[in-house]
Ligand binder design. Structure first.
Ligand SMILES: Nc1ncnc2c1ncn2[C@@H]1O[C@H](COP(=O)(O)OP(=O)(O)OP(=O)(O)O)[C@@H](O)[C@H]1O
Length: 279
């Protein structure tokens, strides 16, 4: 379990997290959602000690992250951050093998078993064919999948992901999140796409201006009365044929007041209008 308690942080004079508490139970997929700049990445960074917050504590399996060595933290927690341009000449396979580093004795190279784990990880994200390519030459989506493979190669108990679907086409958005959901690990994932959050997360923490605005299942959190004021959009909730809540959005026009438009259409109305499945 990952537990964060009373996490507050400021960059200079600007407070970005205020007394945030979070609990990711074993085996759950916990989504962090909220508008741009609300503090999601800062919170995620605090969870894996890439950032030491001004106040508060983070514990993994009951151990304060401050008390763990970088190596022992890396044996438990893998992180996929947003991919940036890279200039290194590492191949995708080299990159994924880096995920094995926490398990290698100092100055020892990866062995056959590590190479097999890395190859399997690349395969699981549909990137086996990229193994020999230089990461710097990959497209954004290909690179993103390689970074997910690197995290898988780490065989972590906890997986923290910051916008893992960034750059991915709709096929790989679902492929990667489906894969992540299927792993026997505890996941904390920052997602902008509320519909992916609804489909793949067990619970959501909605952050607004550095504070927790709501916590609960997607059914509880993804309601127009909450989403509209937090994001400043019109929102309408519909139910997909498989029962998953999904949101439709529109610009909040006019005087800036949240629109009551969504109240005109009920879930049932919309579900009824979904074309029948053929075959
Ligand atoms: N290193 C930094 N120095 C100063 N301000 C920062 C720094 N990193 C983030 N911020 C600011 O802190 C606030 C929260 O940023 P953060 O990246 O945590 O938000 P976010 O919710 O992940 O945003 P987004 O959805 O846009 O990725 C933003 O206003 C951002 O500009």
């Amino acid at each position: 379990m990952i537990v964060a308690d009373g996490v507050s942080h400021a960059y200079g004079d600007t407070a970005v997290l205020a007394d945030v508490a979070l609990r990711a139970a074993d085996g759950e997929v916990l989504g962090l959602v909220g508008p741009n700049g609300s503090g999601k990445t800062t919170l995620l960074r605090a969870l894996h000690r890439a950032l030491v917050p001004d106040a508060g504590a983070v514990a993994v399996d009951g151990d304060d992250v401050d008390a763990l060595s970088a190596r022992s933290l890396a044996r438990r927690v893998a992180v996929v951050v947003q991919s940036t341009d890279v200039e290194s000449q590492l191949t995708a396979m080299d990159e994924v093998l880096l995920g094995r580093s926490p398990f290698l004795a100092p100055f020892r190279r990866a062995g056959t078993a590590d190479e097999e784990i890395a190859a399997r990880s690349l395969e699981r994200v549909g990137a086996a064919h990229l193994a020999g390519r230089e990461v710097a030459t990959l497209s954004g989506g290909e690179r993103q999948r390689v970074l997910v493979a690197r995290a898988l190669a780490q065989e972590p108990r906890y997986l923290l992901l910051d916008e893992p679907t960034n750059h991915l086409d709709v096929h790989y958005q679902h492929e990667v999140l489906h894969l992540v959901r299927d792993l026997d690990v505890t996941v904390v994932v920052v997602l902008h796409d509320l519909n992916l959050a609804a489909r793949y997360c067990d619970r959501l923490v909605m952050i607004e201006r550095g504070r927790v605005r709501a916590v609960g299942t997607p059914q509880d959190v993804l309601v127009p009365d909450l989403v509209e004021p937090v994001y400043g959009v019109r929102a309408q909730r519909v139910t997909a044929q498989d029962g998953c809540p999904q949101m439709l959005f529109a610009h909040r026009s006019g005087d800036g007041a949240p629109s009551a438009h969504h109240a005109d259409v009920t879930d049932a109305d919309v579900t009824d209008k979904v074309p029948a499945r053929s075959g």
